[in-house]
Design a protein around this ligand. Structure first.
Ligand SMILES: *Cc1c(COP(=O)(O)O)cnc(C)c1O
Length: 408
């Protein structure tokens, strides 16, 4: 299997599970409970044997999606959640405890940044560092450091963390290395190549792709030695030690906190994922074209896009990623009103969200970074006139024409 291409694996994944009647899609199982003729079969599932007992923990449809996502991530085991945020917060709350220390990127998705405040209020220490600089990550380490968290491409300024150097550091220091790979995605970036322990993805973005389903996933790469991790409860320290981390996230997190995906949504995400490579190739190509156009435009002061030579981590992106992603941001020159430009766009939709087939744009300061205030925005390198664009699969000539007329 492993020598097959990304899309070949995805489109044949369900079929190879030997589904009833030769179905090529996993059926949508809506049943919440699962009943058994012999109660021993139910007991066995409670005791850890494969099978389904209650839909908050698993369904056959979710299993099929998890299997597919695990192949896409090149991982060892995958768990699906109701949203990307459910995956993120459940991972933190089931693997960290009061008194632990987390080293975290300063350049974070807004809601994840908000979670950091919550963790601190629960007694988990958090140090925010510039993760593009490995020396800052190393300097933040303390005796109680358990985990390092970074995003593959940060939003909206598109910084790229020192992903490979952090991987080497975490391996050496036996720290759990968590990468939120939503923005690059498993298609552009195989996070196991930089030794990520856990890979988190908001499936709502590029994996589902159509803006019609919320979901999240955590994949264990199988690379972290959970036997060396002090927070694994005694009950989960048995059997295959590569499963200890994900088992604890499943029981203490998914089961107890309840942020589970539904089978209906798993089906939508599964179908969406089949065209991920085709969509993303087009989106990335469109984004590069637009970034180059905007960089030359007299009304644009600065463009943030990893595919441009001017991007500070352009070489790193070239080395680690297949393409440069489909998020680009730009600052207008002084005295140009970004809201006026946004209102003039015809094809581009004023909307939050990213990874959609449609091109979406929004003014960053008063929306996704509004709650943080001016001082924090400055610290994060976010200007007051910044526009973030999530580039879609429209025909490139139409997108170019739309930006041209809006900026004229
Ligand atoms: C959107 C996003 C999330 C949250 O995902 P949801 O599915 O919307 O909950 C987390 N991290 C990043 C980088 C994102 O872009």
């Amino acid at each position: 299997m492993s020598e097959q291409g990304f899309t070949t694996k995805i489109v044949h994944s369900d079929r190879l599970l030997n589904l009833e009647y030769g179905a090529v899609h996993a059926p949508i199982h809506n049943s919440v409970p699962y009943g058994f003729d012999d109660v021993q079969d139910l007991i066995n599932i409670f005791q850890g044997q494969p099978g389904h007992a209650y839909a908050r923990q698993s369904t056959p449809t979710i299993d099929a999606l998890q299997h597919k996502l695990c192949q896409m991530d090149n991982g060892y085991a995958t768990l699906a959640f109701a949203s990307g945020m459910a995956a993120i917060v459940t991972t933190f709350l089931s693997l960290l405890k009061s008194g632990d220390h987390l080293i975290c990127s300063r350049f974070l998705f807004g809601n994840t940044n908000s979670v950091m405040g919550t963790l601190q209020s629960y007694g988990i220490e958090v140090t925010l560092v510039d993760t593009t600089n490995i020396e800052e990550v190393k300097a933040a380490q303390k005796d109680n450091t358990r985990m390092v968290f970074a995003e593959s491409i940060a939003n909206p300024v598109t910084q790229i963390s020192a992903l490979d150097a952090i991987g080497d550091f975490c391996e050496k220091e036996k720290l759990v290395y968590v990468i939120d790979n939503t923005m690059a995605s498993c298609y552009l970036f195989d996070a196991t190549t930089v030794k990520a322990s856990l890979i988190i993805t908001s499936l709502s973005k590029y994996v589902a792709g159509h803006g019609n389903a919320l979901g999240g996933a955590v994949t264990d790469s199988g690379l972290f030695d959970w036997q060396a991790y002090p927070n694994i409860f005694e009950g989960y320290r048995k059997g295959d030690s590569k499963m200890w981390g994900i088992s604890q996230i499943k029981k203490k997190g998914l089961r107890d906190m309840g942020g589970c995906m539904s089978s209906q949504i798993a089906h939508l995400i599964s179908v969406g994922s089949e065209t991920m490579e085709l969509r993303m190739d087009r989106q990335c190509d469109n984004a590069l074209l637009l970034a180059e156009f905007l960089e030359q435009h007299p009304k644009v002061a600065k463009v943030y896009y990893p595919g441009l030579n001017s991007h500070p981590q352009h070489d790193l992106a070239k080395r680690l990623f297949k393409k440069f992603g489909a998020i680009l941001s730009f600052d207008l020159i002084k005295d140009e009103d970004c809201c006026k430009v946004l209102n003039k766009l015809d094809i581009v939709i004023n909307a939050t969200h990213l990874g959609d087939n449609r091109t979406l744009a929004l003014p960053v300061a008063p929306t996704i970074y509004g709650e943080m205030g001016l001082a924090v925005r400055k610290q994060m390198g976010i200007s007051e006139t910044m526009v973030r664009c999530s580039i879609g699969i429209e025909n490139s000539a139409d997108l170019l024409a739309d930006f041209k007329q809006a900026l004229a």
